[in-house]
Write a protein that binds this ligand. Sequence first.
Ligand code: ZN
Ligand code: ZN
Length: 238
Amino acid sequence: MHAWAVAALDLVFPALCPVCEATLAAHRRDPLCGRCWATIRRLGPPACARCGLPLPGAATTAATCGACALEPPAWDWARAGAEYEGVARDALHAFKFHGRRALARPLADLLLEPWGAPLAAASIDALVPVPLARARERERGFNQAALVAERLAGALGVPLRPRWLARVRTTQPQSDLGAAERRANVRGAFAADTAVAGRHVAIVDDVLTTGATVAECARMLRAAGAARVGVLAVARVL
Ligand SMILES: [Zn+2]
Ligand SMILES: [Zn+2]
């Protein structure tokens, strides 16, 4: 839309921030207001090469955290753009549960601003969003991970391959479960296409909590022959 059209619409129907309901005003990152956008706790480099946890003072980009050295995750690398708290959590909630699809743009930007340049240089062959159960996607009208992945794919110049991962059975919502239950809940829930053989793929999800879902996806992709598997999440729990 042209800038003048946005300005004219704002006069009649002032756009309100989906998180705090203020008018968007200066430094807005539509549909987020400038204040909310500025409040989000960013996660940028330096970070653990395997899980993406902030690693203050890390000397190299290959440094890993203690937990990953002890028990490496099922994926090769992970990156997140923000801490899952406050505005980031509220924005993701509005995005997923209140159908605020326009939030895909600023949420993808959270990942792109700190990590866009290294990701564009990482020779990733494809982005694969975590699939939703068909019934849930029908009810919601969209897959939030796919909307973010679409924006990331465009910005990074990497193809989007949503069919490379499929959900083969329904699962309980992970949010109601503990860590061990989460792993059991998603076991065998996904299948990967053999088209991933020899490729470097990045799984895209909205939030990284215990990592049980993306770990299961990573195992399936690897079993189907993926050469390297990364994880991109808008936000992660610290
Ligand atoms: Zn706001
Ligand atoms: Zn780590």
